[in-house]
Structure formats: C-alpha cells, structure tokens
Ligand binder design. Structure first.
Ligand code: BGC
Length: 699
C-alpha cells in the first residue's frame, strides 16, 4: 500500500511507501522501501527523525524526577512513523519501580555471559512493559582508573571482558528492543566529562579503548551513544574519525548514533558532518538549525538521508520484536528478583579468608555482631541517570537476620560510636562490618547544593571506617568485612588485621540476601575481580578529574602492573572460594597455525575440595617475541564452570590468530605477527595463579 502526500512542501504530489509496507517487507526489499520512503520525505520530516522532542513540562518534571517517562524522538504522525522511546540502564530500567540488579561492575565480576544475557532480557522486558523500546543500558567504557565515578556502570578494566559482557547484554536486550551501547569513546572521567580532551594515539585507541565497542557492534547493536568528552581535539558527537571512519566505515555499523544528553552536541554542522544521527533529548543544534544548514548548503542532504535510513532501519527491525507478554505484571516480578539475586550471588568476590573464618556456621554462632552504617542502608548505587527505584531493597542486616536462625542473636551497631561497636563485637562470637562507598562518594556527577557522585581521588575507605575496623578487630579477631562500592577500594593499612574480606559491590535489591547466603555458606562465592585492586595510587595511571586535557597511554590495570613488575593488593581475575580447584593437562591443538587460522586450547579443572562451586577459568596470551611493545599477557578467553566436589571438567577455548593482532598505526592496519605466543590458563591474572603454560607459533 502506498501513501500519497504533498511532497517536500513544493506542492507536487509524490507517492511514497507507507510505514506499514516497510514493516511488512523484509531484507533487501525493506531496505529498498526505506530508501524510497526517505527519498520522498521533506527536509523537515527528515530532520524531525533526527532529534528528541521534550515538551516544556517534561523538561520541568525531569529536573525533579529524571527518567520519569521514556524520552521520545522522531515521531511522525503523518507518515505513521512511531518515535524512539528511550530509557536508561544499566542496573535495571530507570523508569518507575523496576527490578534493581547488581551494578554492571558486580555483574562483570560474575564473568557469566549467559547470566548477563538473561539479566539484559529481563531489563528489556521491564522496559517494554513501561512503554520504552530503546534501552541505554549497555555501558562498556573501559575503566582506565578506578577513581572514575561511573565505574559501577561498566564491566571493568579489560577490553575482552567488556566486549563479551556488552555483547551478552546486546543479545539479551535485543530480543525485545533496541539496545544502545555507550559512551563512544574514551569516556572514563566524570567531573570533566563535558570538556576534557582525551589525547590517545591510534594504536592505543584501537587496541585498548575500542575493541569492546566493536564486539557489541558485531553482535548487532542497534545504536551507539557518542560520549560527552573530546577525543584528540574533537567532541565525540562531532568526531568523524570515530563515527564515520571507524564505526560506520571500518566496522560497517548499520545502526544509528545518538548523542549523549544535553551537552552531548555542540554544533549543528560539525555534528551532522561528523556522523551524529540523533540529537538527544531535544533538538537544539539539529531541528530548525539543521534545516537551515541544509538549505544554505553547509550540510549535504545526502547525510540526512543516510541518518534517517539508519533510524528507520532500526525502528523497522525492532517494530515487532519480542514476545508481546509485557505489562505491569512483568515489572519487578518474582522471576526478575530471583535473577537479581543470582547475579548478586555470583558477583560477590571473596578477597581474603584467613583460617577459613567464612563461612560462619549459624548453629555455632550464638551471637553475631553487625556493625557499620551501610549494613542497614539500601545501598544500590549512584543517583544519576542509571538510578533505579526498586520496590524494596534487602540490606545486609536484613539478609543476616533472615538467615541467622532462631539460635543466633544478631545485634547491630551503626558504628558512629566505635567503642560501642567494639563492645558489641567483643560480646559476640563473630562480627561482620559493612563499610565502603555510596552514591554520595561516586557516581554520575549531579548538580545541586551537596556533592553527589563524581570521581574519587582517594580510593581508601573513610577514616572513620578505618578506625571502626581497627577497633572491632582488636575487640574480636573473628571479624569479616563486607565492602560495598562500584570500583576498587584500597585495603592496605587495615586488611592485615581483618581475616576475611568480601567485595559485594552495589549488589542490587536482593543484595543483602546474597551477602548473607555467602556469609553463612549457603552460597559458595565465585565472583572474580573485573578490575585490579591496587595497593596504592602509585600502581595506577595518573588521574586528574579536572584536567582539560589528558593523555591516555597504552598501559593501565593489570597490563600496567605486569609491565612494571608490581603486585597489586588483589589482581584482576582474582577471587577465592570455599572449595579448592586444581588445573592440569593443558593441550593445544597445534604447535603452529597460519595467520588466518585458529587453534583450540584445552585444560582440565577439578574441584578438589568438599563443596560444590563454580570456577571462572581464564585464558591469557603473551607475546614474548613481538617486534613491538606489547602487554606481558592479555585476557583472551574465560569460562564459568560449575563443579561438584571431586568433579573434573575439560574446558575448551578457541583462539583465532587474528584476535592476537596489534594495530600498526603507521600502516593503518591490523598485523598478525608471525612469531611465538605464550598461553596461560588458570584462576586469575597473577602469574602464580596461572599454573598451565604452553606456546604456539603463527607462521
Ligand atoms: C548520561 C548517559 C545517559 C543519558 C540519558 C547522560 O547524562 O551520560 O549515560 O544515558 O544521560 O539519561
């Protein structure tokens, strides 16, 4: 069916395909109809597709209650084209009372891509159930420095882990709606985000800061959000090198690029030429200014055609996505709360457990002291755009009380008076302290009279928490510390005195239950750090949250420590369990492979303890004979393996030679070196945890 309308405001009558006919068509035919539809649209109609639209009252309400309804863009009633309806993530849907999952960093610590896919699917169902069809929850910015305020929104420091987790989110979410991957690119300082210029050489950009975005694009992501900051002098939303050359050119991205909100776009012509397709949340630089720029020839209309084709392509692709079973009954439903609980359980990392203090056996603990303000605080993350308002939050104190059983008395002191807390600890059989960070300390920087969020310059605990830990540990040696926060916390200075330490992150609305289950041994901890926990600042790249310009060098995280030969407090990939695992019999399918070939790496892992558990097996590759400067080793594979006591399993990874390439910035291409490569398999990135070693050659 065709719609006949007045064309381009010039009075002539044109016949263009209807939106319905676009939706009915598939493949090439749909592409053809979209192109035809775009050709028949007026400049105004095209420009209308390319920006959000907020009414004045929506702007006002947004100031008080951000994300109160989906942000809309590109509705065209005459043409029957529906708007994009955008909402935020990534720890759940930012609208109304949705399920609050553990933050991305906690889910990064699960190293569980299957779980992540299920989590993302649940979020997408909740978004659809609340009228959104476009989800901004896939944040894969690389954590260069753990002080980044929004660390909690991403999956850690490693491009491979980020790529796999991000791709899992895209897969899960896109069963129901469009997923938006953000913030492209090099966005990892919060307080200077609107102006900082990240200087980065091409090789570092390609190898360190972009591979995970590419992985999400290859997974079919519908959209990419440009970052606020500049990269090499140009704002990301205007950055033709990032948006046109790399994303849309080299990677063949067929989706749309939208701006980050409010200060994400700065210039009409630069944004349009640079490759931005949609300005959000409202037309400031696009809209009328873009119409004028086209009319005066500053922006070729063909660029509008390309942008609108991308937008309509994705709208059509997802118009009929999903099961149709959406509604209030799916929002924060039991099934999703269970999923939040599963993610919290799997993401908790046991950092230290001297003398097997944990798990506590409820039967043997007559009295349990719980101390620290955070124990009794719903602590689920920052208050920025990713804020989720769940129907309830199980705190750690609540979780412990629920599970302690009738024979264990739980006493609580908030710790504001350390001597009182020490007294409680002294009187108890064991003590649990909950300390760390909240949305006040880190998160998206929110304007307002009191500091909320922003970056952390000091990665230590607050002095009063350190004093509290000192006092209680002197009163009772059976003390375990539960840390909450979205990133690394410096533990030197106090961890020597504390026998057991758990990193619980911001564990979501079911988090307190998961923490209690780990403490009482109903759940065997299996999370592994998705970032390095340093001993101190000297183990980190420089970080100046107010700098106008910053150099992003090639090394950070475990790569930097490997290079410097330094030991962190807790390495990337590290996490203990209540059972023990053993690694043996590494087998490589070939000693030599061609530069376009691949090989399999097999290893056996066994549970040698007395409890069932899940181990995250990690594969790293090193470049001992490279002609260029390369990391000592890099993560190239991982797998979460459930193991009963005494059980062994063989784990298989496939390594493609092309995944080992480096970027030759002089030649402007990826190079697979014909040389020797080392393979390491084991339990973390620390050499002592990588007992299986082998090597092969690319010829
Ligand atoms: C944040 C984005 C978010 C957007 C929309 C921005 O301030 O940087 O992550 O998706 O707002 O809420």
């Amino acid at each position: 069916m065709r719609v006949v309308r007045k064309g381009a405001g010039k009075g002539e009558v044109t016949s263009i395909p209807s939106w319905e006919s676009v939706l009915r068509a598939e493949g090439e035919e749909r592409e053809r109809l979209i192109k035809e539809l775009v050709r028949g649209m007026s400049v105004r109609q095209k420009v209308n597709q390319m920006a959000g639209r907020m009414r004045a009252w929506e702007m006002l309400v947004s100031l008080i209650r951000y994300n109160f309804r989906p942000f809309r863009a590109g509705e065209d009633r005459r043409l029957g084209i529906p708007p994009l309806r955008f909402t935020d993530g990534p720890r759940g849907v930012a609208l109304n009372r949705s399920t609050c999952f553990p933050v991305s960093m906690a889910r990064g610590a699960t190293w569980d891509v299957d779980l992540e896919e299920r989590v993302a699917e649940a979020m997408a169902v909740e978004a659809r159930s609340q009228g959104a069809d476009f989800f901004g929850g896939v944040c894969v910015n690389l954590l260069r420095h753990p002080g980044w305020g929004r660390a909690q929104e991403t999956f850690g420091e490693d491009p491979f882990l980020l790529g796999e987790m991000g791709a899992a989110m895209v897969r899960g979410a896109q069963k129901h709606l469009m997923a938006c991957v953000k913030h492209f690119a090099c966005n990892s300082i919060e307080e200077s985000r609107f102006y900082v210029d990240v200087r980065v050489d091409e090789r570092t950009l390609r190898e360190v800061y972009l591979p995970h975005f590419r992985r999400c694009v290859e997974e079919g992501a519908a959209a990419v959000m440009s970052a606020y900051n500049r990269v090499n002098g140009e704002y990301c939303a205007h950055n033709a090198h990032l948006l046109r050359d790399i994303l849309k050119g080299e990677w063949g991205f067929r989706g749309l690029v939208m701006s980050d909100f409010v200060f994400g776009t700065r210039d009409t012509v630069k944004a349009a030429l640079g490759g931005l397709d949609v300005e959000m949340p409202h037309a400031v630089f696009f809209g009328r200014r873009l119409v004028r720029a086209v009319r005066r020839g500053a922006v070729p209309e063909s660029l509008l055609d390309d942008a609108v084709t991308r937008i309509l392509r994705q709208k059509a692709r997802f118009a009929r996505a999903g099961t149709g079973d959406y509604g209030p009954h799916r929002v924060a439903c039991r099934e999703h709360a269970d999923l939040a609980l599963e993610a919290a359980r799997k993401g908790i990392v046991l950092l230290k457990n001297e003398g097997g203090l944990l798990p506590l056996e409820p039967g043997k603990i007559g009295k349990l002291a719980v101390v620290g303000k955070l124990a009794d605080l719903p602590n689920i993350g920052d208050r920025g755009s990713s804020r989720v308002r769940p129907p309830y939050v199980v705190t750690v104190l609540q979780g412990l009380r629920d599970l302690a059983g009738t024979n264990t008395e739980v006493i609580y002191r908030d710790g504001s008076d350390p001597s009182e807390a020490a007294e409680a600890a002294r009187s108890a059989d064991a003590c649990i302290a909950v300390v760390g960070l909240t949305g006040r300390d880190e998160g998206e920087a929110m304007p307002g009279p009191v500091k909320l969020g922003g970056d952390r310059e000091d990665l230590s605990l607050r002095m009063r928490d350190i004093v509290l830990l000192e006092t209680i540990s002197m009163a009772n040696p059976r003390c375990a510390v539960v840390l909450e926060g979205g990133s690394a916390i410096i533990t030197s200075g106090w961890r020597e005195r504390i026998p057991a330490v758990l990193m619980a992150w911001y564990p979501g609305m079911e988090g307190g239950r998961a923490v209690a289950e780990v403490i009482f041994g109903l759940v065997n901890p299996s999370g592994k750090l998705p970032l390095t926990f340093p001993e101190g600042n000297e183990q980190l790249p420089p970080f100046d949250k107010k700098a106008r310009s910053v150099e992003y060098g090639y090394y950070h995280g475990y790569r930097l420590l490997d290079r410097k030969g330094m030991r962190p407090a807790f390495p990337f990939g590290f996490g203990l369990s209540y059972t023990t695992y053993e690694y043996r019999s590494l087998r490589l399918s070939a000693e030599e492979i061609p530069a376009d070939g691949s090989l399999t790496v097999e290893a056996e892992v066994s549970n040698t303890g007395r409890r069932a558990g899940e181990e995250v097996v990690q594969l790293y590759v090193g470049y001992p004979a490279s002609a260029v400067d390369r990391p000592v080793k890099e993560l190239k594979g991982f797998l979460r393996v459930p193991l009963e006591p005494g059980e062994s399993r063989r784990v298989t990874f496939t390594l493609r030679a092309e995944d080992l390439a480096y970027y030759d910035d002089r030649a402007g291409r990826w190079v697979v070196e014909r040389t020797d490569y080392d393979v390491y398999v084991g339990a973390s990135s620390a050499l002592e945890d990588l007992p299986l070693r082998g090597s092969f050659r690319v010829t």
